[in-house]
Design a protein around this ligand. Sequence first.
Ligand code: ADP
Ligand code: MG
Length: 227
Amino acid sequence: LESAIIKAEKLAILGQMAAGLVHEVRNPLTVIGGFLQLLQKYLKGTPQEEYVTLILTELKHVNILISDFLQLTKPGFSNRSRCSISKIITDVVMLVESEAFLRKLDINLDMATDIPDILGDSEQLKQVFLNIFKNAFDALSQGGKIFLQTSWDRHEKFIQVVFRDTGTGMDEQTVANMFDPFFTTKESGTGLGMFIIKKIIDNHGGRIEVRSIPGEGTSVTVLLPAG
Ligand code: ADP
Ligand code: MG
């Protein structure tokens, strides 16, 4: 019970910190965006114009991430619509492909073609799969493979997405703690990835299961209800 209370307190603190951080970060980002747009005007027609355009695109992405993160501190979700898990995963794979290539990591895709749409927030679901990929990359610093498989259970009416990596794996204690906010075994980790993932999946009425063997690898299974 005590640990449940500590957990609840951690969550409350996290919520307050997030809201405060977003407030502090958003204002300078708005200023940066404004001056970048000005700079873009000055650089119109020069080879450097493209750099500013790229920075602005990334800035937009940061702003989206901030809004998403802020949503986690609120009850319920807003941007729900019909979305395709296959499309979401394809988009995420495109985002991580170049990094996988640089790190010489194989991504093995096995995607079912009969997967129905789900009602969800596609930006948030992207964040789920992106975070799982990031963790797999971290676990694969010595190289290896990632297998991604999607399937559709038409009886139970849920979509299953399985990520498997041949990375470092985790001991039981790490698996037990990995969803706690701020829990990290990495030097520069935030320990928020799995916490955010869990929250988004919970909000979609889904489930996440992790199985891991130290030295052999990890499989993360995401189950999402369809329809
Ligand atoms: P962070 O990545 O910032 O450490 P996360 O919440 O994403 O935070 O993950 C928490 C911890 O769970 C990681 O520090 C790591 O110990 C463990 N973990 C998560 N995914 C994997 C994985 N695929 N392989 C090995 N360990 C993992
Ligand atoms: Mg992470």
